[in-house]
Design a protein around this ligand. Structure first.
Ligand code: ADP
Ligand code: MG
Ligand code: MG
Length: 537
């Protein structure tokens, strides 16, 4: 192997070193940070709303503070909190741990004489709880008791929380979350990739040490090529989805020259790189099944929000440091109008479904076709209708896609793999897997996958990237793009840039605060007594 050029070597070293965050050092550096006070007159109150799910379940800091409130209140609230926690353990655990967890629930929460008995349950739910035993302990019953517990918490406990210092503390964090984000908020590291409107580089948040990827879109180039609306669309789709299998957006901001999308750092490289660039052509079957399972879950998540991805291909699937993958580059994704079809041609040659090529109307079916092509490519290191690096006209690929049979010549194809690909590559949409009813996850191809654990991020990756390797091309391999000239930005552009620059994305930002320990550090001061007079009206 040829050594990378010196600048790449230096950049790699800085980038790899940044990922070894010293949390104690960070703690010291941020001792001077304090939480802002919420401005009463601001729109903050209206912003946060009164929705229980959003405030106490979805937002990570909200969830933590609500739990802290419950644990500091009466024994009944404590029991409810601990019960939900244990129930979560039980539902995601396997084997012995699951059995232990079940016994804990039975003795701790279901015996009327126990200290943590769920005494808030009434009627049928109370009877169910008292009658629980080894024999009737199942998902359905436990789901009902979980719902009853949530309903209890939504009532009096929630309204008490809204008047408590814990909620005031939440508002302080919300005020902090609204801070203006600019370049100074991050350290910047090497370029990881290049896209149509600028480069993607690694960045690190100064206060938390959190690493991200920053996709920079050149303002002048966006305007010149008419990409402004698309950039805003990409940002809006990214901030809407919150999935383990789709790259999440953490910040959107602008500087003088660029719009910036700050996303999960995927430092394990893309699947195209893994198929073609790492010696052996193709990917081992166990990995193919695992990645396909995560991709399928990601696609289903998008479809459940009526979003069609339209750019499913291995190049757009990125691996993180643990070896889990996510869909990225949502630049072609669109939200489908309710109950309507679209017919715009979009996608990449070799992955486009017949209905797109024939310019017919479609909805989400095109993603399943492209997934079929991608599974094929992971196994065979070529596409069903296009050989690797084959010089061929788009018209010929279109012809083959519409007329030829998909051949399985590579000897890694086993029966379930051939079967799932054939069903994703059905030309008739109504026969295609994913479109004809039924769930693609139940296909025999996925028999080794426990989707329940996979969706909780608990399924062990079959391959883990090496921590001392940078899975990106050397820096001199990125073509330098020419300067954009003769583009003047006007008021309309500025207005659009402001619409783009919404700063921190709640859920991601709150996760970052918790994971880096900054939440605990700022929340450390005693809550009881402090600010308890303050009632938020
Ligand atoms: P474009 O829409 O212009 O094609 P992409 O979103 O595909 O831009 O990003 C360009 C390249 O940057 C990708 O091919 C990949 O190599 C790299 N990249 C993009 N997002 C990330 C990320 N979250 N983590 C690491 N690298 C990334
Ligand atoms: Mg791309
Ligand atoms: Mg794109």
């Amino acid at each position: 192997d040829k050594l990378p050029a010196l600048d790449t070597l230096v950049a790699n070293t800085a980038y790899l070193k940044a990922q070894q965050v010293d949390l104690n050092e960070l703690r010291k550096q941020r001792l001077t940070l304090t939480l802002p006070n919420p401005k009463k007159s601001s729109s903050l109150q209206a912003d946060v709303g009164k929705n229980f799910e959003s405030l106490c379940e979805q937002q990570p800091i909200g969830r933590k503070l609500f739990q802290q409130f419950l644990l500091s209140s009466n024994p009944q609230y404590v029991a409810a909190t601990e019960f939900l926690e244990e129930l979560n353990n039980w539902s995601f655990a396997e084997d012995e741990i699951r059995e232990t967890s079940k016994q804990t629930i039975l003795t701790k929460f279901c015996q009327p004489e126990a200290r943590s008995f769920l005494s808030y349950l009434t009627g049928e739910d109370a009877e169910k709880c008292k009658d629980l035993s080894d024999k009737n302990f199942d998902d359905v019953t436990m789901g009902q008791i979980r719902e009853a517990t949530r309903n209890f918490l939504k009532g009096k406990p929630f309204s008490e929380y809204l008047k408590s210092p814990f909620f005031y503390r939440f508002l302080q964090f919300k005020e902090y979350e609204k801070q203006k984000i600019d370049d100074k908020y991050f350290y910047e590291f090497r370029t990881l990739g290049r896209g149509g409107f600028g480069e993607v580089c690694a960045v690190q948040v100064k206060h938390t040490g959190q690493m991200y990827a920053c996709k920079k879109l050149n303002k002048a180039r966006l305007k010149k090529k008419g990409g402004e609306r698309l950039a805003l669309l990409e940002k809006q789709v990214l901030e809407k989805v919150n999935s383990l299998f789709i790259v999440n957006l953490a910040y959107a901001f602008a500087n003088r020259t660029h719009l910036c999308l700050v996303m999960d750092l995927m430092n394990g490289g893309d699947l195209k790189f893994h198929i073609y660039e790492l010696g052996a052509r193709g990917i081992r079957m166990e990995r193919v099944v695992y990645y396909a399972a995560q991709i399928t879950t990601g696609i289903l998540h998008l479809h459940s929000m009526d979003i069609v991805y339209r750019d499913m291909k291995p190049e757009n699937v990125l691996l993180d440091g643990k070896g889990q993958c996510r869909l990225s580059d949502l630049g072609l994704a669109v939200e489908l109008p309710k109950g309507k079809m679209i017919c715009q041609k979009a996608g990449t040659t070799g992955y486009m479904a017949p209905e797109i090529l024939k310019q017919e109307y479609y909805r989400t079916s095109v993603d399943w076709w492209a997934l079929g092509c991608s599974i094929y490519e992971m196994v065979a290191a070529r596409l069903p209708f296009k050989d690797f690096r084959e010089k061929v006209h788009n018209e010929e690929v279109t012809r083959r896609t519409l007329e030829d049979d998909c051949k399985f010549e590579h000897n890694s194809f086993d029966a379930p793999t051939k079967d799932i690909i054939s069903h994703f590559l059905k030309r008739k949409v109504e026969l295609r897997l994913g479109c004809r009813g039924g769930d693609p996850r139940s296909h025999a191809f996925f028999k080794s996958i426990n989707f329940y654990r996979l969706e909780a991020g608990l399924a062990e990756p079959p391959w883990v990237p090496k921590p001392n390797v940078v899975y990106a091309k050397d820096m001199d391999k990125f073509m330098h793009t020419s300067k954009v000239q003769d583009i003047a930005l006007d008021d309309k552009d500025e207005k659009f840039f402001r619409e783009f620059s919404t700063g921190a994305v709640s859920i991601q930002w709150q996760k970052e605060m918790i994971d880096s320990g900054l939440f605990d550090q700022l929340n450390d001061s005693k809550l009881n007594g402090h600010a308890s007079e303050t009632v938020w009206k």
